[in-house]
Every structure is written in structure tokens, then in C-alpha cells.
Design a protein around this ligand. Structure first.
Ligand code: GLY
Length: 342
């Protein structure tokens, strides 16, 4: 009997207890390998590979998933060439780089910052909100002052490249949030050859399970390029851009945040896994929920979900082609092109 078949059998038996006798609703058509009792980390998009490598320096040594996801997403946050996250992120329509981030651990603890300016590592501020305050969310100036009070350095996040892209955008000021459908985000934002123009953007969402079998997740972004001042997407909203339930697994999202918020996407994916769906099937169902809400709009935007369950199974699904995710474990390291509806 193949290892995978054996695993599916034992998973099924195990799930009888895990899901308190609930019927297994469906089996996914996922063809990704499963990894059991081993640490694993997953991140949205190709740039998740470098983030996973960093996370693995912690996970591979038996460290906590929470520490791994924070360290992992700090890589794109500090990368000036990544114009969708952290330093070098594309600004809002008024030229301000504003960051959104959230983090969640294995005990339902969570922290979030929204509209944070002049601090590179929004994810670390989110973690401090979780660990040092009685709150879950801090926004704008309050989040910034909290960061300064905790030793973070004030920095200009607007790089010359992103400023140039913004000034180019100002010439037309066309506000059309068409998202990263072919994953060409890393072309120069001012280059004008990205599908949908320079309004494409994306997020890093990272979810991980450590050697103790505990899950955590982190999600961080500079949000929609040239967004209205004050606009917040799904990424810092617990349940939308990220959700972790250590009984079930974790999920994160990328793409047009408004569409994810409307269905509380990541929480939905986790709840679908709780009901017995494997990760890819749960992500697909969440994507279908977006379509059922507004089929015409769904054809024009991108949303992708990525999920991991407690058995180490993982999967992703998107509205449009082009959504990729990166996986790293002791057994594999690769980038996978997710299936899509369209
Ligand atoms: N998914 C990130 C955003 O909509 O801001």
C-alpha cells in the first residue's frame, strides 16, 4: 500500500475522532503530497519561497510556528523590490505607504495593525499588539506611536521606484483595482506591461505547523496600490486575510481584499476544513462563494486562498489563473501553481 493511501486511511480513522463523529463531506482532488508529524510552512506567491527559507531556520530546528511565520514574512517586508509588502510598497493615492498586517497563534491569540506608516516590520508590531496589549487591533497613528514606544525606528518606506510609479499613476489617476492575475507583480510598476496596469498588488500570507503540531499564521501587505487614503483590505482582518484554529489548521488569502472580507474568507476555509474538506477543496469552496455572491465581478478580480490542516495536508485555489504558492518542509521545497475556476 502506498504511503499516501495508507495515510488517507489512517487520516480517515483519525478524523472520526477529530471531527467528533461528523461525516467526512468530501475528498479533495488535491494531488499534493501530505506530510505528517513534520514541520511545514506555506506562503502565497513565488516570493514566499525566500520567506519560507527564513521561516525554516526556526521550524527546522524544532522552533515555534509563531516565531517562524513572523521571521518569514519579515523578508518581503524588508525587500525594496517587493512593491506589495513593507518597505518599497506602492503608496496610497496621496503618496503615503501604509501597511496592514496580522498574526495569529495556536491559542487563538491574535494581533493586527492597520494603516501603519513609517515602520518597516508591521508584522512585528502586530505581534506586540497581541502580546503586550489587551487589544487585537491598533490603527494608524496609534499603531505608529505604539511601535515607537516599543523601540521601532521611524523610516521612510517610499522608495524612489515606488515614488516614480505613483507619479506615473497620478498622470491618469485611474482607480481600477484589477489584481495580480498572471503574477507579474515584480515587473517595474511604472513599466506599464502588467495586466490591468499598475494597480496590481499582492500580499504575503504565511501559515505553518511546527514539530509540536501547532499552527500559526502571518499576513502582511502595503495593500492595494494607490488606494484611497484609509482603505483597509483583508490582510489585517482576523478571519478575512488569516485565520488559525489549532484544532483544525490555518488559512490565508491574497487578492482583492474587499471580496475576501465579504465572505470572511480565511475563517470560512478553516470551518470548511473542520467539516471534513481537505485544504484544496475548502479553498475552492470559498472561491465559489465569492462567485455566487457576484458572478460578473468575480470574473474580473483575483482572489486566492491557501490552507493547511493538522494532518499536514495543504492546498490552494484561486479565482483566476496565475496564483502560486511556496511550500517548504523537510521533504520538499517548491512553488506550486494553484488551480483556478477560470
Ligand atoms: N489582499 C490585500 C488587500 O486587499 O489589501
Amino acid at each position: 500500500m502506498s504511503t499516501r493511501r495508507k495515510f488517507l486511511q489512517t487520516s480517515f480513522l483519525g478524523s472520526i475522532g477529530l471531527f467528533s463523529g461528523k461525516k467526512i463531506m468530501a475528498q479533495s482532488d488535491a494531488d499534493y503530497p501530505t506530510i505528517k508529524n513534520e514541520p511545514i510552512v506555506l506562503s502565497t506567491w513565488d516570493f514566499g519561497k525566500a520567506a519560507n527559507t527564513e521561516a525554516w531556520t526556526i521550524l527546522g530546528k524544532g522552533g515555534r510556528a509563531l516565531d517562524a511565520v513572523e521571521a518569514g514574512v519579515k523578508i518581503p517586508e524588508a525587500d525594496p523590490n517587493n512593491q506589495s509588502v513593507g518597505y518599497g510598497g506602492l503608496p496610497d493615492r496621496d503618496g503615503h505607504v501604509t501597511l496592514d498586517a496580522c498574526i495569529m497563534d495556536e491559542y487563538y491569540n491574535c494581533g493586527s495593525v492597520m494603516g501603519l506608516e513609517n515602520i518597516i516590520h508591521a508584522i512585528s508590531v502586530a505581534r506586540l499588539v497581541m502580546e503586550k496589549t489587551p487589544h487585537v487591533v491598533l490603527i494608524g497613528e496609534g499603531a505608529f506611536q505604539f511601535a515607537l514606544a516599543n523601540g521601532f525606528k521611524k523610516e521612510n518606506l517610499l522608495t524612489p521606484e515606488s515614488e516614480k510609479a505613483w507619479k506615473e499613476w497620478l498622470k491618469t489617476s485611474k482607480y481600477e483595482p484589477i489584481m495580480n492575475i498572471e503574477n507579474k507583480l515584480h515587473k517595474p510598476a511604472s513599466g506599464g506591461d502588467m495586466p490591468g496596469g499598475p494597480n496590481n498588488h499582492d500580499t504575503i500570507g504565511m501559515i505553518a505547523m511546527d514539530a509540536s503540531g501547532n499552527c500559526s499564521g502571518a499576513c502582511t501587505t502595503s495593500g492595494m496600490a494607490f488606494k484611497m487614503r484609509g482603505r483597509v483590505g483583508d490582510s489585517p482582518i482576523i478571519g478575512a486575510g488569516l485565520y488559525v484554529d489549532n484544532e483544525v489548521g490555518a488559512a490565508t488569502s491574497t487578492g482583492v481584499g474587499e471580496e475576501v472580507i465579504r465572505i470572511v474568507g480565511s475563517h470560512l476555509v478553516v470551518e470548511l476544513m473542520r467539516q471534513g474538506l481537505e485544504p484544496e477543496a475548502a479553498c475552492k469552496k470559498a472561491v465559489e462563494r465569492i462567485i455566487s455572491r457576484n458572478p460578473e465581478k468575480a470574473k474580473k478580480v483575483q482572489v486566492g486562498f491557501l490552507a493547511l490542516n493538522k494532518k499536514g495536508q495543504y492546498g490552494g485555489y484561486a479565482l483566476q489563473p496565475g496564483f502560486t504558492f511556496a511550500v517548504k518542509s523537510g521533504k520538499e521545497e517548491r512553488i506550486i501553481k494553484a488551480k483556478s475556476i477560470y
